[in-house]
Write a protein that binds this ligand. Structure first.
Ligand code: GAR
Length: 187
């Protein structure tokens, strides 16, 4: 099987990146992580890229030419698929057009509910009975592309933000790899 050369974009802890790296070491998993891009040079997740000797680069979105720099690096590493794993920046329309249907994102809610930031605080305020995560395609609208997979759990009355996050991320570590397998199952 030819594995898709994939770039993972991160901003922070990178636990989803760590999980994807570990999954991709399996010869039957459809992607290989060939590049990690962070907008934040202090992102903890960069340590996983370094540990597994995956090329990694920090491209700050404050840099006027950041979009070109991202595109140049994707080209340099022959990237054909992109996973956003806790990348807290908007992806430019130019990149979306160039990688039409080839960029996916993981979001810690049952989209279309609770797009954007502060998901868990919003859920608690709303007294949500169900929570979960969504892996979806990225299009020009924030958290707006078609869903690939959702995983759901029932909330408890004593769930606080931390508890919701912990339970959601546990599901994310299953949802992200499953979504990738689903996308490439007929290739
Ligand atoms: C994940 O829970 C992901 O769903 C969320 O950031 C976290 C990153 O964790 N993404 C978003 O909120 C995107 N809007 P990680 O850095 O440990 O993988």
């Amino acid at each position: 099987m030819v594995k898709r050369k994939t770039c993972v974009f991160i901003s922070g802890k990178g636990t989803n990146l760590k999980n994807l790296i570990s999954q991709s070491r399996d010869s039957s998993f459809p992607i290989i992580i060939s590049l990690v891009i962070s907008n934040n040079k202090k992102a903890d997740g960069l340590k996983f890229a370094k540990k597994y000797k995956i090329p990694n680069i920090c491209i700050s979105t404050n840099n006027r030419l950041y979009e070109n720099e991202i595109l140049l690096n994707l080209k340099k590493y022959n990237i054909t698929f992109i996973c956003l794993a806790g990348y807290m920046k908007i992806i430019s329309n130019k990149l979306i057009k160039k990688y039409q249907k080839k960029i996916i994102n993981i979001h810690p809610s049952l989209l279309p509910k609770f797009k954007g930031l502060n998901t868990f605080a919003k859920m608690i305020k709303n007294k949500e009975k169900k929570a979960g995560c969504t892996v979806h395609y990225v299009n020009e609208k924030l958290d707006g592309g078609n869903n690939i997979i959702q995983k759901i759990f029932f909330t408890k009355s004593d769930d606080n933000e931390l508890k919701l996050k912990t339970k959601t991320q546990k599901l994310e570590y299953r949802a992200f790899p499953e979504a990738i397998i689903k996308i490439f199952r007929y290739f």
